[in-house]
Design a protein around this ligand. Structure first.
Ligand code: HEC
Ligand code: HEC
Length: 250
């Protein structure tokens, strides 16, 4: 049996105080190292991303998993034009995997989707690879939600000046660098994500993008994203109009 002396006790308390101060410092450090819990989630997301990227997808199991995703993202993977659910079809596989891993680890908040996509519900990194592999077979729709169409020229020139260097001239993104394809994505979803990155509310925002877009007003953002929602990939990359996913007989 060990008896703590008064001195030991005090040493213990001050060590505890120092650790608490350090933890507090980590949590408030502006733009610097993140808090311990957040860093843990980020490490978990990065680890799952790295693993899922190297795993061979089982497309059949991917479809089995995707059946539950289709409740919101729709059988064709086109989401909904009101932007409540984003289009996933045509998105770079690396981006789908990264966003899924970030959402599963809580780095990108998405309380509505989490119960459907958690490790408990669908499985680990292999499941992520499988469902991303299935999503990769779906082709993009260009018939999504668009903006009001009133300020497209200004939107196009602001896009070229501020966004194209990362997202590409046509909004095609860059899979290996995890830059999302944003062309033909639903306008309302784009606007919501943009504002959430700009206002520091999207946990997994790209820090370089966030600092680039800080001063962009809502009216400029609307013009830019209206333009983006109308950008299209080459025709060969688009789903035929009116296509229905035969994996979901209706
Ligand atoms: C209950 C509805 C719902 C279900 C079911 C659902 N999601 Fe989502 N998902 C959402 C919503 C809502 C968003 C956008 C959240 C936001 O606005 O930040 C989203 C976003 C995403 C994104 C990020 C897209 C992007 O462009 O960044 C991916 C990837 C994704 N979901 C994949 C899946 C997969 C895979 C499944 C099935 C395992 C699934 N989702 C099931 C609602 C759902
Ligand atoms: C420095 C490079 C960079 C610049 C500049 C940039 N972005 Fe991004 N953007 C990114 C990256 C990287 C992501 C994905 C971050 C992540 O991993 O979640 C992203 C995400 C987004 C998303 C979310 C897409 C989705 O599917 O959820 C939107 C919308 C967006 N950017 C719009 C813009 C607009 C509009 C501009 C110009 C005003 C812009 N970005 C400038 C790199 C950039």
């Amino acid at each position: 049996m060990v008896h703590l002396t008064a001195d030991d006790d005090r040493a213990g308390l001050s060590l505890c105080g120092a650790l608490m101060a350090l933890a507090a410092l980590l949590f408030v450090w502006p733009g610097g190292p993140v808090g311990a819990q957040e860093a843990g989630s980020q490490a978990a997301a990065a680890q799952e991303l790295e693993r899922a990227l190297t795993l061979e997808p089982d497309i059949e199991n991917g479809l089995t998993i995707y059946r539950s995703c289709a409740t919101c993202h729709q059988p064709e993977g086109w989401g909904l034009p009101d932007g409540s659910y984003p289009q996933l079809a045509g998105q770079h596989k690396q981006v789908v995997i990264k966003q899924l891993a970030d959402i599963r680890a809580g780095v990108r908040g998405n309380a509505e989707m989490l119960p459907w996509a958690s490790a408990e519900k669908i499985g680990g990194a292999q499941a992520v690879a499988d469902v991303a592999g299935y999503i990769d077979t779906l082709e993009l729709s260009v018939a999504g939600g668009k903006g009001p169409g009133t300020d497209l020229e200004r939107g196009a020139s602001l896009y070229a000046a501020t966004c194209a260097r990362c997202h590409g001239a046509e909004g095609e993104g860059d899979g290996p660098r995890y830059v999302p394809r944003i062309q033909s994505q639903h306008y309302a979803y784009l606007l919501r994500q943009f504002q959430s990155v700009r206002d520091g509310k999207r946990g997994n925002a790209d820090p370089e993008m966030a600092s680039h877009v800080k001063g962009i007003s809502d009216s400029d953002a609307r013009a830019i994203l209206d333009h983006v929602s109308r950008l299209e990939p080459p025709e060969a990359f688009q789903a035929p109009p009116g296509w229905r996913n035969p994996d979901f007989p209706r």
